[in-house]
Write a protein that binds this ligand. Structure first.
Ligand SMILES: NC(=O)c1ccc[n+]([C@@H]2O[C@H](COP(=O)([O-])OP(=O)(O)OC[C@H]3O[C@@H](n4cnc5c(N)ncnc54)[C@H](OP(=O)(O)O)[C@@H]3O)[C@@H](O)[C@H]2O)c1
Length: 242
């Protein structure tokens, strides 16, 4: 890469919450950014915010559970930006009915498909390009992927815990190609994701949580670390986290 060449970052779940904040921060740091998610309108709003600030961004709508859409999206990003240097996996799902006594198995499959299988699908699609650039993967997992959290949900906990294993095998097998990955485990973050809790937190509870920008700052730290530095896992929580 020459000094003038821009680095390209692909973010799943880039239309809202942490993904949106990561997109804005990365664009501010000079990355060309592609944002993916199901809602075209929110993706285009993020692109408009970034371009209004003088940044470079495109929207690539998709459902991360659709393997061929993910493969096509990776190609689109590489065609648009000439390469791929970073992948941030922020797409995620949970459900209010999350206990053994009330969960729905179709919802279970959707959660695992979004939080786990889609992480593997997107990394697979991106890997040849990340090898070429010696790129970085940041998997936005969860506090529940770091330590057992009784309220997080059966499917959610299982899927996020397994992301740790995906990241470790990726690091173990792809280090030889210069690819590095981080298992990022946020505690409570005030985003729309909280609407999926059985008891939705009120404004006072949200006020003491992390902001999406706190996580964006952490992701920037990982992405901007020198190429020989790998940050295998990070746990970031609000001081108030129980
Ligand atoms: N908020 C928290 O307290 C917290 C704590 C720890 C970890 N997390 C994790 O952080 C990540 C980001 O969540 P957030 O808090 O920033 O909430 P958010 O704003 O709800 O972001 C989740 C994103 O995932 C996208 N998404 C969901 N299903 C998708 C699918 N099938 N295909 C494509 N995109 C999909 C959503 O976009 P569309 O609906 O448009 O598809 C949305 O942009 C998630 O993985 C979540 O598990 C959240």
């Amino acid at each position: 890469m020459t000094d003038t060449e821009k680095r390209a970052l692909w973010i799943t779940g880039g239309g809202s919450g942490m993904g949106r904040a990561v997109a804005r921060a990365a664009a501010g740091n000079g990355w060309s950014v592609a944002v993916s998610g199901r809602r075209r309108d929110v993706l285009e709003a993020v692109v408009a915010e970034i371009t209004a600030d003088g940044g470079d961004a495109i929207a690539v709508p998709l459902d991360v559970r659709d393997r061929s859409a993910v493969n096509q999206a990776a190609q689109k990003v590489v065609e648009a930006f000439g390469g791929l240097h970073g992948l941030v996996l922020a797409a995620g799902q949970n459900a209010p009915r999350r206990r053994w006594d009330d969960q729905d198995i179709e919802e279970f499959e959707a959660i695992v498909g979004t939080n786990l299988t889609a992480v593997a699908t997107a990394v697979d699609a991106a890997l040849p390009h990340l090898r070429a650039s010696q790129g970085t993967v940041v998997a936005i997992s969860s506090y529940a992927g770091w330590s057992f959290q009784p309220g997080a949900g059966v499917a959610y906990s299982a899927s996020k815990t397994a992301v740790s294993s995906l990241v470790r095998s990726l690091n173990q097998q792809e280090a030889a190609h210069g690819v590095r990955a981080c298992h990022l485990c946020p505690g409570d973050v005030a985003t729309d994701f909280l609407e999926q809790r059985p008891q939705v937190p009120d404004a006072a509870a949200r006020a003491v949580m992390l902001s999406p920008e706190d996580i964006a700052r952490t992701v920037s730290f990982v992405l901007e670390s020198p190429a020989h530095v790998r940050i295998d896992e990070l746990v970031v929580s609000p001081v108030s986290q129980a």
